[in-house]
Ligand binder design. Structure first.
Ligand code: PLP
Length: 358
């Protein structure tokens, strides 16, 4: 099983030995005071900055143990099936750099979808094959037909900017058809808003399934730049050859581990609960407005809607310093705007302005 997946990677990576940093050879595991560390040209001094667990004069571990162990507990995934990255965006980029040969291989995306898949592919010189969503769901027969042309499939569930979940039976049908042919990446940046729909539970079953996660959305840590790639060990080992030797800064690991402890997860669940309530009431309100011609179902922390007064709604809010996202340039999204679920006060301010001035 590992071989089939490994053979999909860029040929030069298969026998490549990753950079053997001092920390990869001898992990500090967050504790640097028990030994004399003279192997990495670090400064022995503490400088001005001291974290709870360690000093920042030392290089961090390649994959900080506390962080991986905390995410493993949270996601119910073994530690060896997790790679921590600088946001899910870095996971996207690493997958493309690992599996696509420039000017030869392609990724497959299902627009309207998250913009970074195509951007990362273009940066790397990989081609982008589009199989548009049909009624916001996968067009499974067309995807299967395109499989021989693709190394990686990027499927987003819940989708951004569409907001809805992809049907599990479709994801399974694509996984069944693509084994040995392509890697199937399910981007779950918003899965905390509908956690029972995660595909992570299928990783053991499908060697070519990769799930992307992030602390940027439900965990309220976008500024931290911390995400996770979940996959079987052959995929994790390949990605580990391509990622930087110290991708996770020590302060990032410390804050992220804290966010993933029992208290942090409870707070995240409260936030998600609030956000889901506010999203439902915003959708109800939007549906009652004459200028709103459709609200799309969402399982994430935003609402996408269509309006006969797209520019007017956008500009009016902008004039009052309220920023929303114009999605109308994407295919199938003419006249569509996206509102992120902010605080209750922020959404009340938005409603008040539109009720008064539109
Ligand atoms: C926000 C987002 C990401 C990127 O998350 P980071 O962890 O902040 O890089 C990835 N995919 C989707 C669908 C997103 O909406």
């Amino acid at each position: 099983m590992s071989n089939k997946v490994t053979q999909l990677a860029r040929a030069e990576l298969i026998d490549m030995v990753p950079y053997q940093s001092a920390r990869r050879l001898q992990a500090g595991e967050g504790v640097f005071n028990e030994k004399i560390w003279l192997n990495a040209n670090e400064s022995p001094g503490d400088g001005h900055y001291q974290l709870n667990s360690q000093c920042v004069n030392r290089y961090p571990d390649f994959q900080p143990k506390n962080l991986i162990s905390a995410y493993s507990d949270y996601a119910a995934i073994s530690e060896q099936n997790i790679l921590a990255t600088r946001g899910a965006d870095e996971g996207i980029e690493l997958l493309i750099r690992t599996f696509c040969e420039s000017y030869k291989d392609n990724i497959l995306i299902c627009p309207p979808t998250y913009g970074m898949y195509a951007i990362s592919a273009e940066n790397h010189g990989a081609g982008v094959i589009e199989v548009p969503l049909a009624n916001w769901q996968l067009n499974v027969p067309d995807i299967i037909e395109k499989l021989p042309l693709c190394k990686l499939l990027f499927l987003c569930s819940p989708g951004n900017p569409t907001g809805n979940l992809l049907a599990q039976q479709d994801l399974i049908a694509v996984l069944e058809a693509s084994e040995g042919k392509a890697i199937v990446v399910v981007d779950e940046a918003y899965i905390e808003f509908a956690p029972e729909h995660t595909m992570a539970k299928f990783i053991e079953q499908y060697p070519h399934l990769v799930v992307l996660r992030t602390l940027s959305k439900a965990f309220a840590l976008a500024g931290l730049r911390c995400g996770f790639t979940l996959a079987n060990t052959p995929v994790i080992e390949l990605l580990s050859k391509v990622i930087a030797p110290y991708p996770i800064a020590a302060p990032v690991a410390e804050i992220a581990s804290h966010a993933l402890d029992a208290q942090g997860i409870m707070e995240m669940e409260y936030r998600v609960n609030d956000s889901n309530q506010l999203r439902k009431s915003l959708a109800t309100w939007l549906n009652q407005q004459t200028w709103c011609t459709g609200v799309f179902p969402s399982d994430a922390n935003f609402v996408l809607f269509r309006t006969s007064k797209k520019n007017k709604v956008f500009d009016l809010l902008l004039k009052h310093n309220i920023l929303i996202r114009d999605q109308s340039k994407q295919q199938q999204l003419a006249d569509c705007l996206r509102i992120s679920i902010g605080s209750e006060q922020e959404l009340d301010a938005l409603k008040a302005i539109l009720e008064k001035e539109l």
